[in-house]
Each structure stands twice: as structure tokens, then as C-alpha cells.
Design a protein around this ligand. Structure first.
Ligand SMILES: Cc1ncc(COP(=O)(O)O)c(C=O)c1O
Length: 478
């Protein structure tokens, strides 16, 4: 039974109607009733994987108001990469709060904004990336990149990848092709968007063992066709890509494919937008995944781990390009918030001082060894189709009738009668057993995004919870 909070007049109720000068006393007295209150008054448009109200977070663990403690293998979807409430990050933010919290970017510079650029410059995957603009969210960074690409090239069309996720605002939604739920009923979307398949075997209906050279050739051929049949290069402003497909299934793009995109962009004066909102900031073992390929982005996007939980995104390009933007054409009330920038400065310091990338590599080896062992396990092998990813952005895909590519592959299991839903059943079991874990994509995929500084002990614990959950789901029948 929900507590009664409103008078029929629409005024809030405490004991009864609140009179002028009277203090409002909440009648929500337990964690359960606060949770119910949320269910009643928070839009149904939001979805949640766990029940309850999260109250605290420390390192790799979160605690709910009712005392429930969970190992967090989601990091708030790849955000709290240095763990919850990292002492240096929280301290930097708290100190900034006592100094100045809001310096509007159209009024003046502020120091954390400039110090952050100073710290980020040596971390850029290419030295040409020297001009920065900070906004709040990943979606906003995508909006900025689309706008810049159109303005700087004088062309309209954007090429995106099938399976891509770039966000929920209008431009970002238009270049998102991972699930229809993000744009169902919303059309018309932003025009001028075209897509090609990502070099992911599923999208080409090929087996998981297909060599990356074959996937690359196929997708670059589709790009060639697109540029000659649907959007001519002279109308094409940009190609946008997640170098590791996130919401589309945790698929690292082959180096040759990224090089191929660069070559096409160079040939036609098209801008290459590299969206590292999820894969960036150490997630894959390098500061940015694109570094592995040596490919130069024209515009690099970052967010999520950048400020470890404070809202901040970055749009980085080269001065030679951004000097062509009209002053005032970019901006935003909260763009590059001082507290977020101060937190991000502490994040970059922590990466250096705490050898974060080294930990990612060590824990990644353990995680992949564990997942690949499960793939070889006598009882489980028939249900596991693929283990993939990079660093601590890892995925396990289960066999299902939704994965027809496996039919043609002698090297993969044939458990094609498995019903849809195994991934969410396993994730749900993990949550019941005390670990937050997410699924991803339209396929049966579990994604592992633990903190980048997770201890060996907690990594082992997470793996044990996952294995126990998977075995239980298999025993219960799939
Ligand atoms: C690759 C990528 N781009 C953009 C976004 C959108 O970021 P935000 O949710 O901060 O708007 C996300 C979010 O998950 C993402 O993974």
C-alpha cells in the first residue's frame, strides 16, 4: 500500500495539509516504501535491472538502503571505472564544490577545464587531436560531432554502423542502430543517415569463426556500394563508428577495417568520428581502443569513465578544423562543469599514479581465461557460442535460435534449440546472488564491465558467481 502523499488539492501531505511555515515531514518510512514511491512516480520509460534504492558505493561494491550489498560488474554502464567514490576523485570534486561549482563556458574559462585539457593532451591517441570541447553526456558529444561534421564539410549525410549505439537525443538516436526500442514511435528521425554492417559475423550471417579479413572486405565493399548507390561522397560529411561495438554486442573492430575507413575518409574528404564513450578511458587496456590500430580520428568522443560518475563528455578534434566554427555555435549551460572537470583531472592522475592500465591487462587475462575455460567445459560448451571483447570490456554470447550464423560453422556448438532469454536469466541469477551484471544487444549476450582497478580477489568472486548462476540456469533447463 503506497503512502498517501498528496491532498486532493494537489498539495503535499505530511500528517495532513502542510500549512505555511510548517515543515514537511515525509511519511515514507522504510526502504521498501521509498522503492514503491519510486515505482509510482518515476516514469515507466526508464528500466532497471535491480529492485531497491542504491544508497552507497565504495570501490567495487554498492549497498542498497535495505542493507543488501552487491559486487558491481556494471560500473553504472562503464562509468565508475575507478570504483565507486574513489577517494581522490571525490576529494577533488568536494574541494571544487567549496571553490566554485559553475562557470558558464560562454562567460569565462575556469581552471579545471584548462587543467583537464593539459592532462588529456598527452593521452590523445593522435597528436593532431588538440582542440577540446566539453559537454555533459555521451549523446551530447555525438550531437556536437554531427553538427561539427556538417558545418565543417558543408555536407549533410552521416554514415553509421548497423548495431551502433550513440545515445538517445535526436541526432544520436538517428545514428543509433542497435535496437528499435530507442526510436519506436518517434519518427521522423534526423534525415541524412545511412548505415553499413559492422564487421561482426552476426550482421553478415556468417559463422563466429569467420576471419576478420573476410568481415572487413565485406563491410568495406558495402561502404563502397553505399557511396556509389545511396550517398555520394560529395554529400557525405562523416562516418561515425564505435571502435568496439557496445550495445551492439561488445565487438572490437578489426584494425584493417578501421584503416579501411580512414582511407575512404581521406580519399573523399569525409570526417571520421570515433565514438569511445564506452570503450575509452582505459576500458580496453589502452587509454583509447583506437590506439591499437594507429588510425587517426578527425573527431574523438569520450564520456562515461572520463569523470568516474560526474557528468562530463569530451569532443576532441584538431584546431585547424575547429577554428572554422563560429564562436557561440557550440556551448550549453552546464557544458564542461567545473566540479566534473576537477573530478576528471583526478581521474587522469589516478590512472598514472595507480597503474590502472596494468591492472586492466592483468585482470583481463584472468577474465578471458575463465570465460574461455567455460567455453571448453563439457556441460556448458554446447550453450556458449562466443567469447569476445578487449581488456575489461568482455562478453559471452550464448547459442540460440536467434544466432543463425552458427548453423554454418563446424567449429561452433549446435544448441540452436535454446530459447531466447538465457542471457537475462543468467544476469538475473547473478543479481540474486549478489552481483550486478548486464546483458547487451539483440542477441543472447552477457557483458562484463567490472571496475578497472578491481582486485584479483573480487574478479575471482565475480567469476564464481557467474559460473554458479550459469550452471544453475542450465540445470533448470533452457
Ligand atoms: C558508444 C556510446 N556512445 C554514446 C552513448 C550515449 O552516452 P550518454 O548515455 O551519456 O548520453 C553511449 C552510452 O551508453 C555509448 O555507449
Amino acid at each position: 500500500m503506497l503512502p498517501k502523499l498528496f491532498h486532493s488539492s494537489g498539495r503535499l501531505l505530511g500528517r495532513s495539509v502542510i500549512r505555511p511555515g510548517e515543515r514537511y515531514v515525509s511519511s515514507i518510512s522504510s526502504p521498501a516504501s521509498l522503492n514503491d514511491f519510486g515505482k509510482q512516480h518515476v516514469t515507466k520509460g526508464l528500466a532497471r535491472i535491480s529492485d531497491g534504492v542504491m544508497a552507497r558505493g565504495q570501490g567495487s561494491y554498492v549497498e542498497y538502503l535495505d542493507g543488501k550489498k552487491m559486487l558491481d560488474f556494471t560500473c553504472g554502464i562503464g562509468v565508475t571505472n575507478l570504483g565507486h567514490s574513489h577517494p581522490k576523485v571525490s576529494k577533488a570534486a568536494a574541494e571544487q564544490c567549496m571553490n566554485i561549482t559553475h562557470v558558464q563556458c560562454s562567460i569565462a574559462f575556469h581552471e579545471p577545464y584548462l587543467r583537464l585539457i593539459e592532462k588529456l593532451l598527452p593521452e590523445m591517441p593522435h597528436r593532431s587531436l588538440d582542440s577540446f570541447f566539453f559537454w555533459n553526456s555521451g549523446s551530447e558529444a555525438v550531437e556536437a560531432a554531427i553538427k561539427m561534421a556538417r558545418v565543417l564539410t558543408g555536407r549533410q549525410n552521416i554514415i553509421t554502423m548497423q548495431g551502433a549505439y550513440h545515445g538517445r537525443t535526436f541526432g544520436a538516436m538517428a545514428v543509433t542502430k542497435s535496437k528499435t526500442v530507442y526510436s519506436d514511435g518517434v519518427a521522423p528521425l534526423m534525415p541524412g543517415v545511412f548505415s553499413i554492417p559492422y564487421p561482426f559475423w552476426h550482421q553478415l550471417r556468417l559463422p563466429p569463426s569467420t576471419p576478420s579479413s573476410v568481415l572487413t572486405d565485406e563491410c568495406l565493399y558495402q561502404l563502397h556500394l553505399l557511396l556509389s548507390q545511396q550517398t555520394s561522397p560529395k554529400d557525405t560529411a562523416a562516418i561515425i563508428i564505435e571502435p568496439v561495438l557496445g550495445e551492439g554486442g561488445y565487438v572490437p573492430a578489426p584494425k584493417e577495417f578501421l584503416e579501411g575507413l580512414r582511407a575512404v575518409c581521406d580519399q573523399h574528404g569525409i570526417l571520421l568520428i570515433v565514438d569511445e564513450v564506452q570503450s575509452g578511458f582505459g576500458r580496453t587496456g589502452e587509454m583509447f581502443f583506437i590506439e591499437e590500430s594507429g588510425v587517426r580520428p578527425d573527431i574523438l568522443l569520450m564520456a562515461k569513465g572520463l569523470a568516474n560518475g560526474f557528468p562530463l563528455s569530451g569532443v576532441v578534434s584538431r584546431k585547424e578544423l575547429t577554428d572554422k566554427l563560429a564562436p557561440g555555435s557550440m556551448g550549453g549551460t552546464y557544458a564542461g562543469n567545473a566540479v566534473s572537470c576537477a573530478a576528471a583531472c583526478a581521474v587522469v592522475d589516478a590512472f598514472r599514479e595507480e597503474n590502472i592500465l596494468q591492472n586492466v591487462k592483468a585482470r583481463s587475462q584472468e577474465l578471458f581465461a575463465f570465460l574461455n575455460d567455460l567455453k571448453q567445459d563439457q556441460t556448458l560448451a554446447q550453450y556458449i557460442l562466443d567469447v569476445r571483447g578487449r581488456g575489461l570490456m568482455a562478453a559471452m554470447e550464448f547459442a540460440s535460435s536467434e544466432a543463425p550464423g552458427a548453423e554454418f560453422d563446424p567449429a561452433t556448438p549446435k544448441a540452436l534449440t535454446v530459447k531466447k532469454g538465457i542471457a537475462s536469466r543468467v544476469a538475473k541469477k547473478c543479481i540474486e546472488k549478489g552481483m550486478l551484471l548486464l546483458t547487451t544487444s539483440v542477441y543472447e549476450v552477457i557483458r562484463f564491465i567490472p571496475p578497472l582497478n578491481i582486485s584479483q580477489e573480487d574478479m575471482k568472486k565475480g567469476c564464481e558467481i557467474f559460473e554458479e548462476s550459469l550452471r544453475e540456469v542450465v540445470r533448470e533447463g533452457i
